[in-house]
Ligand binder design. Structure first.
Ligand SMILES: NC(=O)c1ccc[n+]([C@@H]2O[C@H](COP(=O)([O-])OP(=O)(O)OC[C@H]3O[C@@H](n4cnc5c(N)ncnc54)[C@H](O)[C@@H]3O)[C@@H](O)[C@H]2O)c1
Ligand SMILES: O=C(O)CC[C@@H](O)C(=O)O
Length: 525
């Protein structure tokens, strides 16, 4: 039974769902990194929010770990490259807390517009400073949205409902989507010049870090009010403090900080500055949503191989998984075969799905081909990092589908481009489950690709099979299966033999020395 650790505070529904789905679960929160290292080896899954830092060191101790599930959106606390290198799938729950976070941004915008926290503190201090707190309306004002993804678009919807005008800066926002959202797509400079309120909704990346830098803050309209419920680091906190002190910025509300927990900050105590302790996702509804989603996704993966919302692996639903599994087995074998046989640099792999295979989700099949192919070059490849490794090695990957059925009702064809031209291997599933090679470099040959094998290319001539059989027999090598194919009678022939143990180089040299043999290689699957 797979075992999961919930290491951050999470709604109890998560543990219930794991148990209902046949996954053992421990809830142990508040562990130090050292304590986590000591226990992580026991677990197949790790369910977290933002407190647990899944570092390279933790992953090194996670000998059984298969999946990290983030109950939330941001995965800044997970070393995804290190997880990918270990074949650990990293998932998040991209939608469960979006409404809640958008509502928090709107709440902070209103809190700034009417100075609610300061008015509250003053009133409760018995001051009744009615004349001190003069606010502004949001109606008719321009909201500048930096990032118009899930949360940004909900904020836009709510702001439009409040009769604000919304301008958005997001390099990935299409004109069509902007029209659909009812926002005007603008450049960052236009946004800075026009916005009465600015709200940020991007991830923290090299492009977005300090997107509100001192220079950009200086380009904002005097009296601007700024909200950040996305990630600390999007705003230069020192420059923000200067802008508030000078009065250029009328107010700022931060839910997120460069350093969290933010126990101290030069911003604390600044007039017109509001802060919350990373509460964007903290509503009962959002926490139930993300807890349920993360547990369902992780249990699907651990129990049936379904992959949803993974950041380092293609999606694969729990329904698809059983259907795709035999194809992934076939794909890996074909990738491995072509990796073992094709010589020289390969700069392109094409994966053709034909007949029934054309209907399937291509991504897991592609990952499996690449895993098989790259597995002949490196031991550290897995389904998760295979596409990245292929890209890093300059291998272009093409996915091609043909609905039409040929001789077989379902086929996978893996073709590689080498300096000598394109070479392909083709396989099918017998009985929809048993992987079988049916063509090798243009020659029809049916074979199971299992265990140690010998591949021989020879001239088709009488007596050859007897000679190789005798040679292997004399060397004490037992032949399991024997598969023959040829281009035409008397032409080039291919022989694939499965043997009970790997043949050594000396025996292989004797095979190569047999009359008519052009190539002889040991293969393994
Ligand atoms: N405060 C919280 O508790 C809380 C809760 C949930 C999410 N978040 C954070 O909110 C942020 C947004 O989440 P989301 O679900 O909307 O993400 P999303 O991926 O749906 O949207 C992000 C948007 O940012 C845009 N973007 C990327 N690079 C950009 C750039 N250089 N300039 C402008 N736009 C850029 C993307 O195109 C995308 O549209 C994330 O950082 C997430 O971690 C915080
Ligand atoms: O888990 C939380 O409370 C914060 C979540 C939030 O930062 C997110 O990115 O989803």
């Amino acid at each position: 039974m797979p075992k999961v650790l919930i290491s951050d505070k999470m709604d109890p529904r998560a543990a219930e769902i794991f148990r209902e789905r046949g996954v053992e679960v421990d809830e142990i929160t508040g562990k130090t990194p050292e304590e986590l290292k000591a226990i992580i080896g026991e677990y197949d899954g790790l369910a977290i929010r933002s407190s647990t830092k899944v570092t390279k060191e933790i992953l090194e101790h996670a000998t059984n770990l298969k999946v990290v599930g983030r109950a939330g959106i941001g995965v800044d606390n997970v070393d995804i490259p290190a997880a990918s290198a270990k074949g650990v799938v990293v998932m998040n729950t991209p939608f469960g807390n979006s409404i809640t976070t958008a509502e928090h941004a709107i709440a902070l915008m209103f809190a700034l517009a009417r100075q609610l926290p300061e008015a509250d503190a003053s009133t409760q201090a018995g001051k009744w400073e009615k004349n001190r707190f003069m606010g502004v309306e949001v109606t008719g004002k321009t909201l500048g949205l930096i990032g118009a993804g899930n949360i940004g678009s909900i904020v836009a919807d709510r702001a439009l409902g409040l009769k604000m005008k919304v301008v958005a800066f997001d390099p990935f926002l299409t004109e069509e989507r902007a029209v659909e959202l009812g926002v005007t797509k603008v450049t960052l400079d236009e946004l800075l010049a026009r916005a009465d309120f600015i709200t940020l909704h991007t991830p923290l990346t090299d492009q977005t870090r300090n997107i509100l830098s001192a220079e950009n803050l200086a380009k904002t309209k005097k009296g601007v009010r700024i909200v950040n419920c996305a990630r600390g680091g999007l705003i230069d906190e020192a420059a923000l403090k200067e802008g508030l002190d000078s009065g250029h910025i009328a107010g700022a509300a931060l839910d997120v900080f460069v350093t969290e927990p933010a126990k101290e900050s030069p911003l604390f105590g600044t007039p017109n500055f509001i802060s919350t302790p990373h509460l964007g996702a903290s509503t009962t509804e959002a926490q139930v949503n993300v807890a349920i989603q993360v547990a369902e996704q992780m249990a699907d993966y651990l129990v049936s191989g379904g992959v949803i919302n993974a950041l380092n692996m293609p999606s694969l639903s729990a329904e698809e998984a059983p259907k795709l599994r035999p194809y992934m087995g076939l794909a890996e074998k074909l990738g491995s075969l072509v990796g073992q046989l094709a010589h020289g640099a390969i700069d392109r792999i094409s994966i053709h799905r034909e007949g029934a295979a054309a209907e399937l989700n291509p991504k897991p099949i592609t990952s499996a081909v690449l895993k098989g192919f790259l597995g002949t070059q490196t031991a550290t490849v897995n389904m998760v990092n295979a596409p990245v490794l292929a890209r890093d090695r300059g291998v272009e990957v093409r996915e091609i589908r043909t609905e039409r059925e040929g001789d077989y009702h379902t086929l996978l064809r893996v073709a590689v481009r080498t300096a000598d031209g394109e070479r392909s291997v083709v396989g099918t599933l017998f009985g929809d489950s048993a992987p079988r090679l049916v063509e090798l470099f243009g020659i029809k040959v049916e074979a199971d690709l299992v265990g140690p094998m010998i591949y021989v290319v020879n001239e088709d001539a009488p007596g050859f099979i007897g000679r190789i059989g005798t040679l292997l027999g004399e060397a004490g090598v037992n032949i399991g299966t024997f598969h023959l194919g040829r281009r035409e009678a008397g032409g080039e022939a291919v022989l694939l033999l499965s043997v009970d143990e790997t043949v050594d180089a000396a025996l292989l040299a004797k095979v190569k020395a047999l009359p008519g043999v052009k190539t002889a290689m040991a293969l393994s699957f």
